[in-house]
Design a binder for this molecule. Structure first.
Ligand code: GLC
Length: 512
């Protein structure tokens, strides 16, 4: 598995990357158009959020046909052309696999509704619901008038969960995965994979008793340990997530334990300030104790932008973006970058609920309304946490719609696109993109230094990470802090350094 290590993976949210057809949605040809840009960053893989046929109730995470590319994004031929064009640039394509559920528009579910003898049992039906809740709010059981029973759905009611107990479900999914491997897909990101072993009657959702058995069977029938795979497993402990990473399971897993540090009592809608002591403990664990390949991830399409949440996305935006990639980019493992992160894009902060599109956000809004919260307090929460913060269009330049589309996009662009865009960033002296590029180049060329053990220290304001060859200092506050520093500087996010002083959000890397 070691040849799957020291990789950089760039995540694209196709709907918001680049529109070439003028329909307000990003598309596959838009990605092909920007491949040189992605290659320039030093990327090995592109992870594409789902592009398969879908009614788009959850932006493609509700698949109605696994074998067809949605016409919103292009055709199967476009997808194959993307694979080939990427390959020419030494970039592999990582596909998003949604194996826990389908769309209610999927032919399997439609047949299940007709009580078809083969497909009825592809889903989970009960006469009465129990107390399990959906991740998107409300009961996890939705009633079907046609069937006269409840079906299980851990997400939206248009996303019925597949019944993994049924061998035919598993076989059909393996066949589909092998179809895409045959087309040249060389990586997979497995959506909410820890949920496939659920046992709803026992109130078990995550990592059910048969989870590892299913994972092994999936692995043996499809990607084996030759293909880079990463599993999404929310709210797991780090150790739990590592259990699924081995030659019979996945290459690596997202555990999100560092992003969860700001959730109050596990509630992401109630955010607190990042605690650097806890952050150090968390990173220390994966950096020093874990012997597998860590998946280093700061941002994705489900998370508000980390610079907006943890640091300063206004006055010290560029410094903050560089600080994060300095600390995370010099850790061992595979580095995941989410579109726009490399130019320091920020949260959208839309003020009004009609600007939001995300099903989870809209459900939350209604839930908080019902609880009697004021519009202002609801919007304060949503502005900070909504997944739409990261799903707004990529900011390419300062022309209309940020150069994303000729027409009004499916979701508004951020008002700050005049100031923050690829064209401007790349041409600026203190470019975030170029800084990312340098960090990536350094980690590629000096991985033996990156792999060494690290010692983490913090006083609650500064984090230092010391490895055998270099020390990283990162000031997470807007204060000037005196601290003894070395002189031989490898990376810095201010133009000049000051002797033994770290200014607001300053980071420096000193050679030892
Ligand atoms: C994952 C996806 C998220 C989606 C959910 C249901 O968490 O990342 O976007 O809403 O699964 O498929």
């Amino acid at each position: 598995m070691r040849d799957l290590e020291n990789k950089v993976i760039y995540q694209i949210y196709p709907k918001s990357f680049k529109d070439t057809t003028g329909n307000g949605y990003g598309d596959i040809n838009g990605i092909i158009e920007k491949l040189d840009y992605i290659q320039d960053l030093g990327v090995d893989y592109i992870w594409l959020s789902p592009c398969c046929k879908s009614p788009q109730n959850d932006n493609g995470y509700d698949i109605s046909d696994y074998m067809q590319i949605d016409e919103l994004f292009g055709t199967n031929e476009d997808y194959e052309r993307l694979i080939k064009e990427a390959k020419k640039r030494n970039i592999k394509i990582m596909m998003d696999l949604v194996l826990n559920h389908t769309s209610s528009e999927h032919i399997w579910f439609k047949k299940a509704l007709q009580k078809d003898s083969r497909y009825y049992d592809y889903y989970i039906w009960r006469d009465e619901p129990n107390d399990i809740n959906s991740m998107f709010g409300g009961s996890a059981w939705a009633y079907s008038e046609e069937v006269g029973k409840y079906y299980f759905r851990l997400f939206d009611k248009t996303q019925p969960d597949l019944n993994w107990e049924n061998e035919n479900v598993r076989k059909d999914l393996y066949e589909m995965i092998n179809y895409w491997i045959g087309k040249g897909v060389e990586g997979f990101r497995l959506d909410v994979i820890d949920l496939i072993g659920k046992e709803p009657d026992k109130m078990i959702t995550g990592k059910g008793p048969k989870f590892y058995e299913y994972l092994k069977e999936l692995n043996n029938n499809t990607f084996k340990d030759k293909i880079l795979t990463v599993g999404e497993c929310w709210c797991s402990t780090i150790d739990e997530s590592y259990k699924m990473c081995n030659k019979d399971g996945l290459t690596q897993a997202f555990h999100f334990t560092h992003q969860c540090l700001t959730h109050t009592y596990g509630d992401k809608w109630n955010q607190s300030k990042i605690n650097l002591y806890k952050l150090c403990d968390c990173i220390n664990k994966w950096e020093n104790e874990y012997t597998g390949i860590e998946a280093i991830v700061m941002n994705n399409h489900d998370l508000p932008r980390l610079i907006s949440l943890w640091l300063n996305d206004n006055e010290y935006r560029k410094e903050s973006a560089k600080l994060l990639i300095t600390l995370f980019g010099l850790l061992k493992g595979n580095l995941y970058i989410y579109q726009g992160e490399e130019i320091g894009m920020t949260n959208a902060y839309f003020n009004s609920i009609d600007k939001y599109r995300d099903v989870e956000t809209l459900n939350k809004y209604n839930e908080l309304k019902e609880k009697g919260l004021s519009e202002d307090s609801i919007m304060e929460i949503i502005k900070l946490v909504s997944r739409d913060n990261a799903r707004i269009p990529m900011q390419w330049d300062d022309t209309k719609n940020a150069g994303f589309s000729d027409v009004a996009p499916w979701i508004d662009v951020n008002d700050n696109y005049n100031k923050i865009n690829v064209k401007k960033d790349i041409n600026s002296e203190d470019s975030v993109f170029n800084y990312y590029k340098n960090i990536i180049k350094f980690r590629k060329e000096n991985y033996e230094k990156i792999e060494k053990k690290a010692t983490f220290n913090t006083d609650g304001k500064i984090i230092s990470m010391e490895k055998e060859d270099f020390i990283v200092y990162a000031n997470f506050t807007n204060e000037n802090i005196e601290i003894p520093l070395g002189n031989d500087i490898l990376f810095k996010n201010y133009e000049n350094t000051k002797n033994n002083l770290l200014r607001p959000f300053e980071t420096i890397v000193v050679k030892k």
